[in-house]
Design a protein around this ligand. Structure first.
Ligand SMILES: [Zn+2]
Length: 450
């Protein structure tokens, strides 16, 4: 083991590998290239920041400054293939709980893969999947980068929280695998995380993301660990990879033109970070407003218990909603206003108290989507027409519609009026309707209850 073992930061990194259940058999703890890349150790060694190693034109990579590197036990084929001479060095960011299944299996996991523990791997935040992708896009690929600032950003290397005995408290941890990849097997492409500033000079943003679909052409060689004191903390050299954390800390506009509305946001920094991370990566992947709303809602329902998140994305809308405490996030991304909140009731609505007639075929054309029974649909039209006749401001209109429905069909209704907005919401059985081109203002109306 190299001298770096004496560094307290490196000891923390080793403790993290134990917490991740990486046994000594999986690691090469005697390797001379186990290295601490904390600022102090890196500076003391006086090594250059970028490095050329391996064949071909894509042999430039940057050192993992701010991280601790622990080499893995390599399979016999690594030596046979002479990967340290003949293959390129790269990084692959993934969540801490995915490290063990990858190292045990010896290969990177692709979206949709089942781990040895029987779990199916989900797409990384913002990535396309088989249900939602451009024509011809191959979802069965993994992403690598010659930059750990890129691979180590929140989109790829999601933070995990764990208790470190040596510190006597909880810390946040990121994990990245260092790999060797066969030179002719990957496609070099631009960044897809919505960044326009240089992410990691001297590597060009245009060549910072590598995609690979041949799984046996990549071999993990080391695990890299970063220990953070707080979800927003970052080491001095690594600040740029702390995209979302930085946004929350400063609350300022930055990457992708994000501004958090602190006056209405009630969620904690961790949720705000995650929401922004999802939004930025969905947009970076070319998703439309509807796709961004769907994506954020879906990710939040998967990540936070209990579910029932609702997400609205659009350029002009007014809403009147119910919201659980600490579960409201509002921010703008470019021209879009994004509103994410959770609300759940989980009871069936009261049926319509009156016998309403069915709506006219003319009105029916305005229904984009409905799960309501026809009587409740009639009530929607009746109520929305009155709201538009009686009130001139959208604030008053949404309030009226919501309160009417709360009165007649139990409380908990949410209403949005907009000219250009898309919503992705959870709703109770028979409690969702979406109207388009309503009234003389051609409004979109969403009314739902969960
Ligand atoms: Zn160190």
């Amino acid at each position: 083991m190299a001298n770096d073992i004496r560094c307290s930061y490196y000891k923390q990194c080793l403790e993290v590998t134990r917490m991740l259940n990486l046994s000594d058999k999986l690691l090469d703890l005697k390797s001379r290239v186990n290295k601490c890349y904390c600022d102090d150790c890196h500076t003391r060694r006086g090594e250059s920041y970028s490095f050329r190693d391996g064949p071909g034109s894509h042999n430039l990579y940057t050192k993992p400054v701010g991280w601790g590197r622990i080499m893995l036990s390599l399979p016999p084929r690594a030596e046979h293939l002479n990967i340290f001479k003949k293959w390129n060095a790269a990084f692959h960011g993934t969540a801490p709980d995915i490290i063990l299944p990858i190292v045990e299996g010896g290969e990177l996991l692709f979206p949709g893969d089942k781990t040895m523990h029987g779990e199916t791997l989900r797409e990384v935040a913002g990535h396309f999947n088989d249900d939602s992708k451009p024509d011809g896009f191959n979802t069965k690929q993994v992403f690598l980068s010659p930059s750990i600032k890129y691979s180590g950003c929140e989109v790829y290397a999601k933070k995990g929280r764990m208790y470190l005995q040596s510190m006597g408290r909880h810390v946040y941890v990121r994990t990245v695998l260092q790999v060797r990849v066969k030179p002719d097997q990957f496609i070099v492409g631009p960044q897809t995380i919505g960044r326009s500033d240089p992410i990691d000079p001297p590597i060009d943003n245009k060549t910072i993301e590598w995609a690979l679909s041949a799984r046996n052409s990549v071999i993990p060689t080391a695990v890299l660990i970063q220990v953070l004191d707080s979800p927003g903390a970052s080491s001095s050299v690594d600040q740029m990879s702390e995209k979302t954390a930085k946004l929350t800390m400063s609350g300022a506009t930055g990457f992708a033109g994000i501004t958090i509305d602190h006056s209405t946001t009630t969620a904690n920094d961790e949720k705000v970070d995650y929401a922004i991370g999802c939004a930025v990566s969905a947009k970076g992947r070319g998703k439309t407003e509807g796709g961004i709303a769907d994506y954020i809602q879906d990710e939040f329902d998967k990540k936070y218990e209990p579910p029932n998140w609702h997400c609205i994305v659009g350029k002009g809308y007014t809403c009147y909603t119910e919201c659980d405490p600490g579960c409201k996030i509002r921010f703008t991304m470019g021209d879009d206003g994004i509103y994410l909140f959770r609300y759940r009731i989980g009871t069936e609505p009261k049926p319509s108290p009156r016998a309403y007639p069915h709506i006219s075929p003319y009105d029916r054309k305005m229904i984009r989507d409905s799960e309501m029974d026809t009587e409740m649909e009639y009530h929607v039209f009746d109520c929305c027409k009155r709201a538009c006749d009686w009130y001139s401001s959208n604030d008053e209109r949404v309030k009226y519609i919501k309160e009417e429905f709360d009165k007649e069909h139990d409380s908990g209704w949410n209403c949005i009026l907009g000219v250009n907005s898309v919503a992705s919401v959870s709703y109770n059985h028979k409690c969702y309707i979406s109207l388009i081109n309503f009234g003389k203002d051609n409004m979109h109306i969403f009314l739902w209850r969960c």
